[in-house]
Design a protein around this ligand. Structure first.
Ligand code: CA
Ligand code: CA
Length: 141
């Protein structure tokens, strides 16, 4: 599977940087290519491993993709969960999954990141003193 070239990763990183110019929320993408026993549990593990539970406003959000299982999880931190309505990620997740179904993985992620940035900006607008709390690089295993 020739997925996720350097150029692909750069596109995703650029999409994250662009989204984070609208919101103080911090978006990360992690992709597991090998098999994972429990993708949901693994997403939570990755969230902690990447230090995503240590942002100031607890507003990190992880896009987790398990290639082998064809599982996609959007995991937001507790600061987000405390503010947004239930089902906040559902529409974004459906959009991304529709792209994945068509084999458009990079496009799906880029689009989803853009939508997440806009959605988060409502609750967590960009702050003038913003810092990049979490790396925008794709995390890949
Ligand atoms: Ca930031
Ligand atoms: Ca960031």
């Amino acid at each position: 599977m020739g997925l996720f070239t350097r150029q692909d990763k750069e596109r995703i990183t650029a999409a994250i940087a662009q989204a984070e110019r609208k919101t103080s929320g911090e978006i990360r993408v992690h992709i597991d290519r090998r098999g994972e026993a429990d993708p949901l549990r693994r997403a939570a593990e990755v969230f902690t491993q990447l230090g995503m539970d240590r942002t100031k406003a607890r507003n990190g959000v992880l896009f987790y993709l398990a290639m082998a299982e064809r599982q996609f999880v959007i995991l937001g931190d507790e600061g987000i969960n405390a503010q947004v309505p239930e089902g906040f990620w559902t529409g974004i997740r459906d959009t991304v999954l529709a792209r994945f179904k068509a084999g458009l993985f990079v496009e799906g992620l880029v689009e989803g990141i853009g939508l997440a940035g806009e959605a988060l900006a409502v609750y967590f607008p960009y702050q003038w003193d913003d810092t990049d709390e979490l790396s925008n690089e794709v995390s890949l295993h």
